[in-house]
Design a protein around this ligand. Structure first.
Ligand code: KMH
Ligand code: ZN
Length: 271
């Protein structure tokens, strides 16, 4: 099996300090959390920026500041969000891609998202994919529902995304596919041969789906964006604590960890 790539989704757009007092919000806090996760064994950090009031922002400047602060500390792969918050306009969402990061997320379809709707019509996907292709940014294809895999394949057919593909199955979002083992299996069977995949279990699905990701030869995403608890009724103390648990699981299950450079190799990132 390939070495295991752990992604730490540090902040997200929806979680608040009220829900998770250790949520990193400022560029300094996000860079520090990225560094701690890298020390713990993560090779990618998935980043959402926040403004001075703690609200989600897709500002180029704020992402630039975060990227530079992370790069000053360690060589973890910086993966900004193009999902942003459900209310961000597509032009805003695309801004961090202009930093030419090695990779960025690309959501592959529209779904309910709690009581909101996360809009990703074909025109957005194509626009985002084209700009990523122009800048040599590897898309991580965010999959919330089975049909989104077909949307990703359509982007390949149109020449907007190049194989091998890298998917992130985000399972357990209220309003989209549930975080059950069967759903993960269903998704993994539907992707083109030669693709890589990560699983991001939401809430209580995070731990069991992480274990499955390790066992099935996929990769794993954890962090406050997806889950603020260590276990039922007990908040996690940091993003790194969640990464550390995956590292221990991987060790027990005999799966070696990928360093950021090994992850770059596995994912075929631009050097
Ligand atoms: N915050 C969600 C609406 C991504 O980062 O690419 C979208 C999201 C996906 O988090
Ligand atoms: Zn995200």
């Amino acid at each position: 099996m390939e070495k295991l790539i752990i992604t730490a989704a540090l902040t997200g757009a929806e979680v608040t300090r009220e829900q998770q007092p250790a949520l990193p919000i400022t560029p300094d806090e996000i860079a520090q959390a990225a560094y701690e996760c890298w020390l713990a064994g993560a090779s990618i950090v998935h980043v959402h920026a926040r403004d001075e009031d703690g609200n989600p922002t897709q500002s180029y400047e704020v992402y630039k500041e975060i990227k530079e602060k992370i790069e000053a500390k360690c060589n973890v792969i910086f993966q900004p969000s193009t999902g942003g918050a459900v209310w961000h306009k597509p032009e805003e969402r695309l801004q961090p891609v202009e930093l030419s990061p090695e990779m960025a997320t690309l959501s592959c379809g529209t779904s309910n998202f709690g009581s909101e709707v996360f809009m990703n019509p074909e025109a957005y996907m194509e626009k985002f994919a084209l700009r990523m292709k122009e800048l040599g940014v590897k898309p991580e294809l965010e999959i919330f529902e089975r049909g989104m895999i077909e949307n990703a394949k359509r982007l390949v057919k149109k020449g907007l995304v190049e194989e091998p593909l890298h998917f992130d199955f985000v399972l357990g979002v209220p309003g989209a596919a549930p975080g059950n083992p069967e759903d993960l299996m269903f998704m993994t069977r539907a992707i083109p041969q030669g693709s890589t995949w990560t699983v991001a279990g939401i809430g209580r699905a995070q731990l069991p789906l992480s274990a499955m990701g390790i066992l099935l030869g996929g990769h794993v995403r954890v962090g406050f964006e997806d889950n603020v608890y260590y276990k039922k009724g007990e908040l996690a103390t940091s993003n790194a604590q969640l990464v550390e648990r995956v590292v221990r699981l991987a060790k027990e299950l005999g799966r070696e960890l990928a360093t950021p450079d090994e992850a770059r190799e596995i994912l075929g990132l631009r050097r």
